[in-house]
Design a protein around this ligand. Structure first.
Ligand code: UD1
Length: 419
């Protein structure tokens, strides 16, 4: 089993280029199911989750080639409408393929999805939305079986702006008869990217990035070449790494607007953190001891992202004073804190809140990643801990970071992948 071995204490200096966003690439790969022609996607990121999603598309009958990070998808040969449980368990994005499979075949059978164990992660909003579009659903024996022969547009008011439900319903509406309107839609940049990809292939969607998305059904989609957006969570992880370690780095290929919730919190009461941006580059400089941040609450975009909560808590664990973090999205997203405690962090969890009392030093320990972003939080803690940290179960981290050790090593961290 591979592990990450880190010797803490190095400052970070240098430049790293940020790759494509996992959460943009995954729904776009699902959206590809709607196209019956050829698709080229640029900058394919070799995350475990995106690789697994290509296996799902192959299972459905797609022909896929990768050449120099360009993904070529031939979707003409698609001939299956079922995602079996052994594949659905691999990635949560199997569930938002449902809308696209329904659009393509008028029927779908998808096993319950896997994904990070960070809470109950229900799919009721996905299913309620599809039912409103005329889909008949049988939810039995771990499979969702859908009859979408009567797929038609409708008004859907989401109880919560769920990213996955918004994307799923959006994709179901693309080839449906009539117009679909999603009210209280998720506004995440990755939802906008899915809209842009589908529109480039001939869909008629507008409003993504706002609370209301309108999808006018079209007959079919055509061939398309597209470059998905880059990963704001990876970029945010390296911003936080620099704040933890001290140093000065440049992140290339980022959209600084996507990171405003993070950067404004970091600079709120820490004038020693300097963050500037020019075009699509972000420059981060940090030195000296940082102060605690009074309160951070995770929220849907443009609020503070839940996917940066563990990395932020890792930073707060060595800041001067006491910080409070409230996790509003996923109820069990604090499991990594028991591992941080092994490294000397002083964190009390009470329901959805974490009370973090900054300690002078963390120390190296043998810890285990329990989920993707929690694992990234442990890596950041290892970068500042005294001595050596070994992180196990890193397959979780690899779901959303192509090679976190390569990027951090390039910036001067002492980190190795070991067997
Ligand atoms: C997506 C992201 C994930 C991120 C999350 C929140 C992808 C592949 N994953 O996950 O990285 O952490 O957004 O920004 O894009 N909910 C329901 N019923 C539903 C669906 C969701 O109650 O049918 C609840 C969830 O339990 C959670 C909240 O809505 O409390 C947000 O979940 P959602 O936005 O759907 O997250 P995902 O799409 O799963």
């Amino acid at each position: 089993m591979e592990k990450l071995h880190i010797k803490g204490g190095n400052n970070l200096y240098g430049t790293v280029e940020i790759g494509s966003a996992k959460n943009a690439y995954l729904p776009i790969l699902a959206g590809a199911i709607l196209c019956s022609g050829k698709i080229e996607l640029n900058n394919f990121p070799f995350y475990r989750d995106t690789i697994n999603m290509t296996s799902i598309l192959k299972e459905l009958g797609a022909k896929i080639e990768i050449d120099d990070k360009k993904l070529f998808l031939d979707m003409q040969s698609l001939n299956k409408f079922e995602i079996p449980s052994q594949l659905a368990m691999l990635t949560r994005s199997s569930i938002f393929s449902l809308g696209a499979i329904l659009g393509r075949f008028g029927k779908a059978r998808v096993a319950y999805p896997g994904g990070c164990d960070i809470g109950s992660r229900p799919i009721d909003l996905h299913l309620k939305g599809l039912e409103k579009l005329g889909v008949k659903i049988i939810d039995k024996h771990g499979y969702i079986t859908c009859d979408g022969r009567n797929l038609h547009g409708n008004l859907i008011h989401l109880d919560f702006p769920s990213v996955g439900a918004t994307e799923n319903i959006m994709m179901a509406g693309v080839l449906a008869k009539g117009t679909t309107k999603i009210v209280n839609a998720a506004k995440e940049p990755e939802v906008v990217d899915l809209q842009n990809f589908l529109n480039k292939a001939g869909a008629k969607i507008r409003g993504a990035g706002t609370e209301v998305i309108t999808i006018k059904g079209v007959e079919k989609l055509h061939d398309v070449s597209y470059t998905p957006i880059t990963d704001r969570i990876i970029a945010g992880t390296y911003v936080l790494a620099t704040c933890i370690c001290g140093g000065e780095i440049c992140l290339e290929n980022v959209n600084p607007t996507h990171l405003q919730a993070l950067t404004s919190k970091l600079t709120e009461n820490n004038p020693s953190i300097k963050i500037n941006s020019k075009n699509n580059c972000m420059f981060i400089k940090s030195c000296g001891k940082l102060k605690a941040i009074n309160k951070i609450e995770t929220m849907p975009y443009p609020g503070f992202p839940t996917d940066l909560q563990p990395q932020m808590v890792a930073l707060l664990s060595i800041c001067e004073g006491t910080s409070v973090v409230v996790e509003n999205l996923f109820e069990t997203r604090y499991r990594y804190t028991t591992e941080l405690a092994k490294m000397g962090a002083d964190i009390i969890i009470k329901d959805r809140s974490a009370i973090i009392k900054g300690v002078k030093n963390l120390y190296g320990a043998q810890v285990f990643a329990s989920d993707l972003r929690g694992g990234a939080g442990l890596v950041l803690a290892g970068l500042i801990a005294d001595g050596y940290t070994t992180i196990g179960n890193i397959e979780h981290i690899q779901r959303g970071y192509e090679s976190i050790q390569t990027d951090l090593k390039k910036l001067g961290a002492d980190i190795e992948l070991v067997n």
